[in-house]
Ligand binder design. Sequence first.
Ligand SMILES: Cc1ncc(COP(=O)(O)O)c(C=O)c1O
Length: 428
Amino acid sequence: MKNFKQKDGILKIGDINVLTLVKEYATPLYVYDVEIIRKQYESLKHSIPKEVKIFYAIKANPNLSICSFLRSLGAGAEIASSGELYLALKAGFEGKDIIFNGPGKTDEDIQYAIQNNVLLINIESMDELSRLNTIAKTEERIIKVCLRINPIHVVTSVKMQTGGGSQKFGIDEENIETVIQLALESEWVELVGIHIYVGSQILDQEVLLENIANTLHIACRAAKHFTLKYINFGGGLGVPYNDYEPEFNVEHFAKGLTTLINKVSQEHDLSQTQFFLEPGRFLVSESGIFLTKVLSVKESRGKRYAIIDGGINHAFLPIRMNKQYPTAIANKMREPNEHAITLGGPLCTSMDVFTTEVKLPNIALNDIISIFNSGAYGFSASMLYFLSGTMPAEIIVQNGKSFIARQRGRKEDFLLNCDEEMKCRNLS
Ligand SMILES: Cc1ncc(COP(=O)(O)O)c(C=O)c1O
């Protein structure tokens, strides 16, 4: 909540009274303050060495306005599906600023990426490499690839781990020489680098640095066989979700990264090498608040419940991660948090419960609950059409102004892609 102020007990975002936004756009509602995204991006960009380029992991928040804002700040785009590539292009990213990840790319995905001249594709398996070579041949274009390597182990373990041990991601480190050989023999492939992403929500910069040191070590082993143009350290920079979690220390991280790169450069010629980071959560999480209205307050056998109009179809990750996201009542910011309440969404499933017995001010009908840190993996990681609930709207605020960045969903959306014949087919 550190980024937000209140006036007369009412929460403000981007200098706007939240109740004004609720009146204008209704709930449930995602609101993003893009100045917070700027602050996060610039704090990172201005600290890290100039040879390190930032690619925004679009999966964290694929809203077109946000993607295009990050592009305007100078970020590239990290994408992991044709849909994200389509969005990235619509947001104004050029192919040369896009890298394509993902353990399960279809032939169509690969073809679409080649046709749009993405900078490179990260290969996650031997058969994907062969498939890519065949598709590149058909397209008559040589495609640059990096190898996503799954290291033998992560140096220090990470909670949301995507590397080390047995994984569905990447190619096991033990097989690195074999896959390099295969890539070098593939006529339509140009092998340009190594990619390792060990996991998300890393709060201790030392943990990330130790894993980056390991990436550099593996990359140098690979460099005996080809010219390393790119080393991609992945994303993973975390944000605190409560007062007990530390801030990710960007300055220390940047200093450590500079030291690591300088040290390796003394032993290996990395003068032709560019380095990539692909953060998602760190750039956008703290910019977003999910606003939802209290529809009902009740007691069941000694426990108090508030039923809100936002559910797991709008914000699933707080429940999936079993994380207590910072929560407040936007219209009671000055009242003490001394009443335990369980916040349940409107859906007919017991899964749809946000927080159990969170301490908030005394809650009443029509209060506006604000769930902070909702800018990353909020909208994008939700079960958007679950139980035929409609999509929430998304709003951008900047310097006292607000505008709509995604219209609220409508009931009619549920017939999208159903033509008249499908709608009317009489099955008996
Ligand atoms: C390959 C890859 N890169 C980057 C990211 C972004 O991670 P984070 O949001 O933790 O920075 C992800 C997230 O899943 C990913 O899969």
